[in-house]
Design a protein around this ligand. Structure first.
Ligand code: T3D
Length: 262
């Protein structure tokens, strides 16, 4: 059992809930270990076809636990690059390469790495009471956890630059208007709506969805020509799945499809 997260698998959905509410679910070493383990289970358990990440309490995640970073003036400064390499980067790489949709339900403030973990997910939902802060600049750091990549792609360079340099808090509704996230919900409706979306996605053609995710991610760095080649290759794979056969058969027979995620 876990100390700082909750992890449950139901109806094809893995639900990972950050659970250190007293410090707004900020990450200490133990929480990193637990998240790593839960992500590994998500990846290897064949019954899982969608991942939902959320948090307990009034925050989603406040990034790194800064009480672990309070530096005694005489002590050696911690090497943050090592922490990124060991903890944050593998987490972001795992989330973005998981071969299934990843939903983030941002239940409250998402600050620092917490904001960028949300942005690394495929569909971001948020409570109307949630907010996003690229808090790094306020303590002399740079946005990490992929934020310097995802944020400009999500909102454009001018907004990404100002958000990162100013560290202004933006509301979830602002983020929704900008297209930085998919949708906002009333606070008491968020988790139910997110779980319903996750359960629905878990009944869909998982392999096809994974290929959609891969192709859209690749588009950021490809020319149209390269992307057309990639579409050809990934469509070849999609066309070889059982779910594609099932989708076409069901359509032709005017019945609803039963996808196995294969
Ligand atoms: O170090 C490395 O490994 C490199 C990687 C870095 C990745 C990063 O994420 S760096 C950025 C770290 N995060 C921040 O700088 C955000 C710090 N937190 C805040 O700015 C504010 O707490 C919020 C804007 C998120 C929320 O503000 P507010 O006023 O709603 O709440 P609060 O009162 O500040 O926080 C509530 C409690 O949570 C409070 O504890 P207390 O006083 O009730 O005992 C506060 O200290 C604690 N808390 C919030 N964030 C953190 C935290 N404790 C430790 N670490 C935190 N990041």
């Amino acid at each position: 059992t876990y100390q700082h997260i909750e992890f449950e698998i139901t109806e094809g959905v893995a639900v990972l809930t950050l659970n250190r509410p007293d410090s707004l679910n900020s990450f200490n070493g133990q929480m990193h270990t637990e998240v790593r383990d839960a992500l590994k289970q998500t990846k290897t358990n064949e019954s899982v076809r969608c991942l939902l990440i959320t948090g307990n309490g009034r925050g989603f995640c406040a990034g790194q636990d800064l009480s672990d970073r309070a530096v005694d003036p005489d002590a050696e400064v911690p090497n943050l690059g090592e922490s990124i390499e060991k903890n944050y980067n593998p987490m972001i790489r795992t989330i973005t390469s998981l071969e299934m949709p990843v939903i983030c339900a941002v239940n409250g403030v998402a600050a620092g790495a917490g904001a960028n973990i949300a942005l690394a997910c495929d569909i971001v939902l948020a409570s109307k009471s949630a907010s996003f802060i690229q808090a790094f600049c306020k303590i002399g750091l740079i946005p990490d956890s992929g934020g310097t990549w995802t944020l400009p792609r999500a909102v454009g360079l001018p907004r990404a630059m100002a958000l990162s340099l100013l560290g202004d808090k933006i509301s979830a509704e602002q983020a929704e208007q900008w297209g930085m996230i998919w949708k906002t919900y009333e606070a008491d409706e968020l988790k139910e709506a997110a779980l319903a979306m996750a359960k629905k996605l878990a009944t869909q053609p998982t392999k096809g969805l994974a290929l959609i995710k891969r192709s859209l991610q690749a588009s950021a760095n490809n020319s149209l020509d390269e992307q057309l080649d990639l579409e050809r290759d990934l469509q070849t794979l999609a066309g070889q799945t059982d779910d594609y056969r099932e989708g076409v058969s069901a359509f032709m027979a005017k019945r609803s499809p039963s996808f196995q995620g294969k």
